[in-house]
Design a protein around this ligand. Structure first.
Ligand code: SF4
Ligand code: SF4
Length: 112
């Protein structure tokens, strides 16, 4: 199994998660992060750290799409290990529905 980042992260991108991951397996897109499922050791420490509740274990049902998004884009986006500045309007998008359809970007972030 692995943990996956879901669309609750899109445009929130608080980055509290990257600070606690012991194996640095978060990757940065333009407006969300993903987890590399091959590197995640399933420790679960990132899940409660996310203010947007965007991180879930893939043992929960209905996450196939997110597993695919995490696997695909973690291979394309740069690694991120330190918390940066969150988007200025992050709180406005917290809890918003349908963010993948509205805002998902396949473009990479800056990483570190
Ligand atoms: S803490 Fe949550 S919202 Fe912030 S970057 Fe990590 S997964 Fe995304
Ligand atoms: S579950 Fe652990 S290893 Fe996996 S992404 Fe979260 S902190 Fe990193």
């Amino acid at each position: 199994m692995t943990y996956v980042v879901t669309d609750a992260c899109i445009r929130c991108k608080y980055m509290d998660c990257v600070e606690v991951c012991p194996v640095d397996c978060f990757y940065e897109g333009e407006n969300m992060l993903v987890i590399n499922p091959n590197e995640c050791i399933d420790c679960g420490v990132c899940e409660p750290e996310c203010p947007a509740e965007a991180i879930l274990p893939d043992t929960e049902s209905g996450l196939e799409k997110w597993l695919e998004v995490n696997a695909t884009f973690s291979a394309q986006w740069p690694n991120l290990t330190r918390k940066g500045e969150q988007p200025a309007d992050a709180d406005e998008h917290k809890g918003e529905e349908g963010k993948y359809e509205k805002y998902f970007s396949p473009e990479p972030g800056q990483g570190d």
